[in-house]
Write a protein of this length. Sequence first.
Length: 306
Amino acid sequence: MVQETILKPSDFILPVFITEGEKVKDEISSMPGYYRYSIDLAVEELKECWALGIKCSLIFVKVPDELKDNLGKEALNENGLMQRSVRAIKKALPEMIVMTDVALDPFSSFGHDGIVEGQEIVNDKTVDVLAKMSVSHAKAGADFVAPSDMMDGRIGAIRQALEEGGYHNTGIMSYAAKYASCFYGPFRDALDSAPGFGDKKTYQMNPANRLEAIKEVEMDVAEGADIIMVKPAHAYLDIIREVKNSVQLPVSAYHVSGEYSMIKAAAKAGYLNEDQAIIEVLTGIKRAGADLIATYFAKQAVQLLK
Ligand code: PBG
């Protein structure tokens, strides 16, 4: 009666990794129990999740090496894996909210989120591509685009491009406070997208900073974001709370791949109870202020809540 925080299925955003082929279901070695699916099996999996009450998916694609380049040209292909995935999911599940990842790293021969010149990840040229990419996802039927790249000024540019393209109803979930975190390791295995040189510290945030998160969030709100994200989640609960207190928008938090794999590994070793850990951590993230939680545990959590 006095419990303040109650998880429910519609709190969750389900990340989905899609790969080329048919009838493909590959387990990601550093994410036990999590898979890359071909489009046909991704649709089947999403139908099951929809029936369990999950309302939102966040799509990532694994791009074949031969289609990667420095400019992310494949990201704009109307028949690219992302665009085909969105069309197939919206056709099978028209009511499911489909969000698409917008960033160059899965398409980049350097594994960086932006275009590389010399040793630099160049901001403004990247923003142009991200805006075009967003329009292409909207055209394929995405309900939300989710820029995860952390370039400056991209929310404004994406908003403007969507308006000009006539996609007035496409939302933007901005990864506004995204930290340069070691907890993204398993995700980079999943998409084969680890940076080929250097790291992402020139565009992602220093984990030691708090005020900068608020500044990043305020910029994205001013530029037209509809949902603000903090990422990762478990090590950044204070940031989630501060962001929640300072914006009048829904706040999402991304419980990232390494945070998933830590629980899986500890449970497998018998160090803790997996089911209890999942519910406790996700409840903590919601209690910290997340209205929405992107998590690889979405399906398991919903099954546990039932
Ligand atoms: C990159 C991107 C990353 C994640 C989502 N989009 C990794 C990175 O910044 O290198 C991480 C998600 C996770 O670890 O679960 N655009």
